[in-house]
Write a protein that binds this ligand. Structure first.
Ligand code: G6Q
Length: 554
């Protein structure tokens, strides 16, 4: 583990009185069972629930008492969480390692607001781009934007990776119900040619619009796919001018966009103060806007905004993202939990856990504090999950009866978008039943009372005391999706603020972007290259060269 040598008086969060108080409190509470917490308080389920921006959070099935919440809130106060939140909202350069402001909240601010960044009002710039996106989306949706040969655009492909892909795919899947069904939307991210091939094999290039989404416009995967897409288009349309009708760009890098051959009039910009994983509501959401239309996109932004306001203004102990963030810290740093499972009971949210993985793990997977000191505590947990009820038939076994503590977020909607006989009640019955079973388990006595033979009893006992949050929302709409995403953005922010880390840089990703470049020529060269890696990497490269055959593009 990192930071074992950190000396006392380093100013680390573990030295704060509130942290020490939580350590003591943990010793008292670690073996207390949710069964007794509920038995001692008939109203726990109502008391330990909050509503913010119409999102209901029941956190009563956590291994906490009122004192735990008080102590966690004390910790947040001691760490200056409020000031951190204000610093973000006011555009201070809180991404210190990149010397940047962190202003995804400006992407959903109303026109009437002003947030100056380096002397320019970020909010009016945002609305300028939104208006251009809306005009373009309408043109594509209503058939006024035609392909080079005069055909209507029926397919949209977003080419991007990481933050320029996961948000758009997640949002498209989540809001498919609201999408223009006559059009198809595809997402190409992987540099594995299979991704491009399978996404395009049944599409007519003459009816296809390609959105190249890349903040930097230099990411190798995206640029490789973009060049392949251009070749695919020109194979049918033969004329360079066709590119202008079939390619648009979303980027901060006008120079590279122009070099690629996309008219910068067809470029939708954003700014260095929007991190990739925080960009689905910027121009990176162009494919989302074309799919669901500008009005729905603006409704999604309004959803984000209402959660932003809730986060900025609600008392810490009534604040959904704050409570969720602090509970994560409680399990991660005191109970030693390694992961958080996110379990949406909504098929439309099937990509939500993958989206959250980047949001949470790229943000809080850090080993030093803002001051560069190694941490002596665990930072970001691993986020993972699958939609319910599918997960129940695969990995829930481990959550119920395994030896690892896995705090879970259950997410459900009271009204379905696809009323179909008994389906929705069944779905939600499963959600409620799972949180109940995880909390209360089944005791030995209960199992025996069912007539279970002695030898089988231990196998059928469920310890319970497995913590869960339940998030209930009325219906999945563009607005409620915005609220949910903002809830997790601010939850992640809360955790990062307590851990004193930079949640907005990603040096690990940057490293990945350069590492492969060194090896590419060694795989491509006709002559046997002189390999100077370690013996494992050298022999893997040799074996690959031996078996790969002739490159198809040579
Ligand atoms: C996100 C990361 C990373 C980034 C991709 C794509 O926060 O920075 O996932 O989004 O590497 O980068 P480009 O948009 O520059 O192609």
């Amino acid at each position: 583990m990192m930071g074992l040598n950190a000396t006392p008086k380093t100013g680390l969060v573990t030295e704060r009185p509130a942290w020490k108080a939580l350590e003591e409190h943990y010793q008292k509470i670690r073996n207390v069972h949710l069964r007794s917490l509920f038995a001692d308080d008939a109203h726990r389920g109502e008391r330990m629930a909050v509503e913010g921006a119409d999102v209901y959070l029941d956190y009563s099935k956590n291994r906490i008492t009122d004192a735990t919440i008080r102590l966690l809130v004390n910790l947040a106060e001691e760490c200056g969480l409020r000031q951190h939140i204000e610093a973000m909202f006011q555009g201070q350069k809180i991404n210190t390692t990149e010397n940047r402001a962190v202003l995804h909240i400006a992407l959903r601010a109303p026109k009437s607001e002003q947030i100056p960044v380096n002397g320019v009002d970020a909010v009016s710039e945002v609305h300028g781009v939104l208006d251009r996106m809306a005009a373009f989306s309408d043109q594509v949706r209503d058939g006024h934007w035609l392909g080079y040969s005069g055909k209507r655009i029926r397919n949209v492909i977003n080419i991007g990776i990481g933050g320029s892909d996961l948000g758009p795919v997640m949002a498209y899947e989540a809001l498919k119900h609201y999408s223009k069904r006559e059009m198809s939307f595809r997402f190409v991210s992987n540099v594995d040619g299979t991704d491009f091939e399978e996404a395009t094999r049944d599409l007519n290039p003459e009816e296809t619009l390609i959105i190249v989404s890349s903040k930097t416009f230099t990411t190798v995967e995206t640029m490789t796919n973009a060049h392949t897409a251009r070749a695919w288009l020109l194979k049918s349309l033969h004329r360079q001018e066709a590119v202008g009708k079939h390619f648009v760009a979303v980027s901060t890098n006008a120079e590279e966009v122009a070099k690629f051959g996309i008219d910068t009039a067809n470029m939708f910009g954003f700014w260095d103060w929007v991190g990739g994983r925080y960009s689905m509501d910027s121009a990176i959401g162009l494919s989302t806007m074309i799919a669901i239309g500008p009005d729905n996109f603006r409704a999604m932004l309004a959803g984000f905004r209402s959660m932003d306001e809730h986060y900025r203004t609600s008392p810490l102990d009534k604040n959904l993202p704050v409570l969720m963030g602090l509970l994560s810290i409680w399990y991660n740093n005191f109970f030693g939990a390694q992961t958080v499972a996110v379990l949406p009971y909504a098929q439309y949210l099937k990509r939500f856990p993958a989206y959250l993985q980047q949001l949470a793990m790229e943000s809080n997977g850090k080993h030093v504090t803002l001051a560069g000191a190694p941490v002596n505590y665990q930072t970001g947990p691993i986020y993972w999950g699958e939609p319910g009820t599918n997960g129940q038939h695969s990995f829930y076994q481990l959550i119920h009866q395994g030896t690892k503590l896995t705090p879970c977020d259950f997410i459900g909607f009271c009204r379905t978008l696809n009323p179909l006989g008994p389906h929705h009640d069944l779905l939600m019955a499963n959600l409620f039943a799972q949180t109940e079973a995880l909390a209360f388990g089944r005791t030995e006595d209960e199992v025996r009372a069912e007539g279970t033979p002695d030898w089988l009893v231990p196998h059928r006992v469920f310890e319970g005391n497995r913590p869960t949050n339940t998030i209930l929302v009325e219906r999945l709409t563009p607005e409620s999706l915005g609220k949910l995403v903002a809830l997790y953005e601010h939850n992640v922010f809360t955790q990062g603020a307590i851990w004193q880390i930079d949640s907005f840089d990603q040096w690990g990703v940057e490293l990945g972007k350069v590492l492969a470049k060194r090896i590419i020529p060694e795989l491509e060269s006709v002559e046997e290259p002189l390999l100077q890696h370690d013996s494992s990497t050298n022999s893997l490269i040799r074996r690959y060269r031996r078996f790969k055959g002739e490159p198809s593009w040579k």
